[in-house]
Design a protein around this ligand. Structure first.
Ligand code: UGA
Length: 430
């Protein structure tokens, strides 16, 4: 089939490349000429395993092209996927729908007769119905559940597909697009617009709730002398609860979970439904960052003024170079504001971190960050940090004091190597 993908950010670039991989002819469109030029040259503007290889293969074969022209995209596509961003509005918690509205209006203006416009962006429930009223084209909603770092795998082998449709024709077209994925037995839920939109926000809210639940248990463990890692392990053995998203630590960040729970609570309130618990989920999440700052002060004898602090990690999670709403950088910036001398190192996110927080200090390696540090904070659990030898690290730092903000280090091993070791959700020091 001939598909277009509107918006070539994280979601769009991945979707375009993966649709070409499934055998379709694809045009990716972006209004940013710089992005289009990079993608045409086969360059992926962010860190994502496997994506560069797939993109390069299909741009070389001509199956995947990029353009800035809505006329070209409109004339080409039988199905248009809208993958533009819905950031949080500056004036509150609601999602900013300007990009989605502009993209639908532009595609609707140029689309061929009979083309299907499919929204993939995360939107407040009710958006698809409003767009369908406004534009004389057929619309469907097909939410996306990909995780950064696993974007290709999640697109080619998703847990499930969800189609929000109003006609059998729209369902048929989407079934053809995803035929190779459906052929592998991927579960499909066909539903109405509102439910399809809600599946996405509900899924992200559930994941955020799980993380904040375990982080609230971490707070209780800290107060009561328990150990949240053992608690989470024991909870996870119950299949009804499951092990995933029960890693306690400095909390969730990124371009999705934080903004999505706020936008969802806001939208629900507009509809007269009180999802106040999501505000709690958000608040618990932010308190974990405060807790790391408190621990840093405590370990430095009451304040961090003048202390040399090594922050390991800048990305909001490992295997990503994304620093949007990164807990690690938030903590680093707050310590810097309190007068600490902060040095950050991250294996992939240095360029993005420097752009977002130009005033922080940066090292070229973990070793350089550790050298002379009086306090170490592990805030993104990259494998290379998890594998640091505590004896080696103790030889580099000025004072062996560490906060494990992701619950991934072996407390006994670090303590045996002479470290003053603190973890989130661990008992207070004896
Ligand atoms: C999330 C969802 O997992 C995807 O399904 C969804 O498609 C995506 O948002 C989106 O809306 O586009 P992502 O933002 O890539 O994906 O990140 P996750 O892997 O879900 O991690 C989110 C945050 O939670 C990270 O900061 C991570 O460190 C944190 N986390 C995760 C924990 O603190 N504990 C856990 O147990 C799991």
């Amino acid at each position: 089939m001939r598909l277009t993908v509107i918006g070539t950010g994280y979601l769009g670039a991945t979707h375009a490349a993966c649709m070409a991989e499934l055998g379709h002819e694809v045009i990716g469109l972006d209004v940013d000429a710089g992005k289009v030029a990079a993608l045409r040259a086969g360059r992926v503007p962010f860190h994502e395993p496997r994506l560069a290889e797939i993109l390069a293969r299909h741009t070389a074969s001509g199956r995947l092209r990029f353009t800035t022209s809505y006329e070209e995209a409109g004339a080409f596509g039988q199905v248009h996927f809208v993958c533009v961003g819905t950031p949080q509005r500056r004036d509150g918690d609601a999602a900013d729908l300007a990009y989605v509205e502009d993209a639908f209006a532009a595609v609707a203006r140029h689309a061929r007769k009979g083309a299907l416009l499919v929204g993939k962006s995360t939107v407040p429930v009710g958006t698809a119905a409003r767009l369908a009223e406004r534009h004389p084209v057929e619309i469907a909603w097909n939410p996306e559940f990909l995780r950064e770092g696993f974007a290709v795998q999640d697109t080619l082998r998703p847990d499930r597909l969800v189609f929000g449709v109003r006609t059998a024709r729209a369902e048929r077209l989407l079934r053809s697009v995803y035929a190779p994925v459906l052929a592998t037995g991927t579960p499909l839920v066909v539903t109405d617009f509102a439910t399809a939109e809600l599946v996405k926000t509900a899924a992200n809210s559930f994941l955020a709730t799980k993380i904040s639940f375990v982080n609230a248990m971490a707070e209780v463990c800290e107060a009561a002398g328990g150990n949240v890692r053992a608690l989470a392990e024991a909870l996870g053995h119950d299949d009804r609860i499951g092990r995933a998203y029960l890693r306690a630590g400095v909390g969730f960040g990124g371009g999705c979970l934080p903004k999505d729970i706020r936008a969802f609570a806001h939208r629900a309130a507009e509809l007269g439904v009180d999802l106040g618990f999501l505000r709690q989920v958000d608040a618990i999440n932010m308190r974990r960052r405060d807790r790391v700052v408190d621990l840093a002060r405590e370990l430095c004898g009451g304040g961090v003024l003048g202390a040399r602090v090594a922050v390991l990690g800048a990305a909001f999670k490992p295997d990503s170079d994304d620093v949007r709403d990164s807990p690690a950088l938030n903590v680093a910036a707050r310590l810097e504001l309190e007068g600490a001398d902060v040095t950050v190192y991250d294996p992939e996110a240095m360029d993005n971190a420097r752009k977002a927080f130009p005033l922080l200090g940066y090292a070229l390696s973990a070793e350089e960050a550790l050298r002379g540090a009086e306090l170490v904070l592990l805030l993104t659990e990259w494998r290379q940090f998890r594998e640091i030898d505590p004896v080696w690290a103790a030889g580099l730092v000025a004072r062996p004091r560490i906060v494990d903000g992701r619950g991934v280090l072996d407390a006994e091993r670090w303590t045996a190597a002479g470290w003053c070791f603190r973890a989130l959700g661990g008992p207070p020091p004896g």
